[in-house]
Design a binder for this molecule. Structure first.
Ligand code: S3P
Length: 456
């Protein structure tokens, strides 16, 4: 297990922020997973430029290769070529598919496999993934006619028998974008209409991507909130060229670091995160920073990629501490679902009490994130109380250095490293290797900013 070690004596705060530092966080993980899965449905060669090189997306690449899809990183180019024979060719997988730490791989792949008539796919994952709930995604495929055997706990390993599916109506009650995405993939292989109802709309990358692969679906806003997504199958996907904007969930760590660096040290790091995906369904954390008093600057906005992108910076906040927040609307929580650990850190610097509610899903992420946030950040001097599905955060003036643990969760590891830097003291984070699950360039970017640290 790798330990991240940081010593105050090696990091003279006065040297930081001399000039603007551009950060390229790499292609968005959610969008890359979807581009891969849609490309696997299409007959012919698709191209994904600026794909995420996260371990999670590499798990999707290996999974698809086992299903007979040819994936090649083009030499000297930031491009991945994906050649498939379409749905029918996915029916003869080689061996057991290891989804590693990636919930998105496991759930989306289940959708593809369920709709690949005649396929027998065996899936498993690492110690964290095999504890995560899979019944929520298996149930709709069984209702469509597939056969899925899970463990007695409704978790991986799974055996999926692909069948001729028929469309169903489905309420996405867990507000899970992964479940919705899996169902959209399967809907295009099924016959008849599949209707998905979302009371709280989740990230809509699959809906936007479907169109690029020549697939039709209809989205209708529901009066009083929510959305209905209807797709009629079977439909044939055609190969596409997808350019992936950079990952806002990875950029968020650097934007938060810059914002809070101002609060703690009274100076800016001047970080500019380049070509970041801008999508309302993912924007919650940046909105939270804005509501707390930081101006977000969006520049060089472009529609050249599969979704909108902008360069992103946090403006000078006047060195004032963030304003405390109450975040309890499910739509807001869904739009910052992966940034809750970081939001808990940011709000730890807000004088008074902040509250984030409706967080039951965090109990079943890569680790129990509510427990991990409270136990690890509190070791660093934060005052966070984890309720059954909420966090109550009491602002503190200063954090302190400590030896903390990532709990094997990439987003916890990065949150704790940012917290440690803001503590201005020596600290260590054990189990830091998991950072590559979503952001393999995280350590290089910290180095480029001028931070000195050791990984042993
Ligand atoms: C994701 C959806 C979210 C998110 C995960 C990526 C996706 O999970 O937490 O990191 O790509 O669809 P849920 O669908 O479980 O909320």
């Amino acid at each position: 297990m790798a330990v991240f070690k940081y010593y105050k004596a090696e990091n003279n705060i006065d040297k930081f922020g001399a000039g603007v530092c551009k950060i390229n966080c790499g292609g968005d993980k959610s969008v890359t997973h979807r581009a891969l899965m849609f490309a696997a449905m299409a007959e012919g060669e698709s191209s994904i430029s600026n794909p995420s090189r996260s371990l999670d997306c590499l798990a999707s690449v290996s999974a698809l290769e086992r299903l007979g899809v040819k994936c090649v990183f083009k030499a000297g180019a930031n491009e991945l070529l994906v050649a498939s024979g379409g749905f029918k060719s996915l029916a003869a997988p080689r061996g057991i598919i290891d989804c590693a730490n990636s919930g998105t791989t496991a759930r989306l792949l289940m959708g593809l496999a369920a709709a690949a008539e005649g396929a027998s796919v065996f899936m498993t994952g690492d110690a964290s993934l095999i504890r995560r709930p899979m019944g929520r995604v298996a149930a709709p495929f069984e209702a469509m006619g597939a056969r899925i055997i899970l463990s007695s706990e409704n978790t991986l390993p799974a055996a999926v028998s692909g069948r001729k599916l028929r469309g169903i109506e489905f309420d996405n009650i867990y507000n899970s974008a992964q479940v919705k995405a899996a169902l959209i993939l399967a809907a295009f292989g099924a016959s008849g209409k599949t209707l998905i109802r979302e009371r709280i709309p989740t990230r809509d990358h699959s809906e936007l991507m479907a169109e690029k692969f020549g697939l039709e679906l209809k989205r209708t806003a529901v009066r009083g909130g929510g959305v209905r997504i209807a797709a009629r199958g079977p439909q044939k996907a055609v190969p596409a060229r997808i350019a992936v904007p950079n990952d806002p969930s990875s950029a968020a760590f650097f934007i938060a670091l810059d914002a809070l660096f101002q609060v703690v040290y009274g100076r800016r790091l001047k970080i500019k995160a380049e070509s970041v995906l801008i999508n309302d369904s993912r924007n919650g954390f940046f909105e939270c920073l804005f509501d707390s008093g930081f101006d977000m600057i969006y520049s060089a906005c472009s529609d050249a990629m599969v979704e909108k992108s902008c360069d992103l910076e946090v403006n000078f906040g006047g060195y004032a501490p963030p304003a405390p927040q109450v975040i309890d609307s499910p739509a807001r929580v869904v739009s910052m679902i992966d940034e809750i650990p970081l939001a808990a850190l940011a709000l730890s610097f807000a004088p008074g009490e902040s509250y984030i509610g409706g967080l039951s899903e965090l109990r079943v992420k890569e680790t129990d994130r509510l427990a991990a946030i409270a136990s690890q950040l509190n070791k660093m001097g934060a005052k966070i109380k984890a309720g059954e599905d909420s966090l109550t955060i009491c602002g503190v003036k200063k954090l302190k250095g400590a030896a903390v643990d990532s709990c094997g969760d990439h987003r916890m590891a990065m949150t704790l490293i940012i917290a440690g830097i803001l503590s201005g003291s020596d600290f260590s984070v054990s189990g830091c290797e998991c950072v590559a699950v979503s952001n393999p360039s995280f350590f290089d970017d910290l180095k480029r900013l001028g931070f000195v640290f050791h990984i042993a």
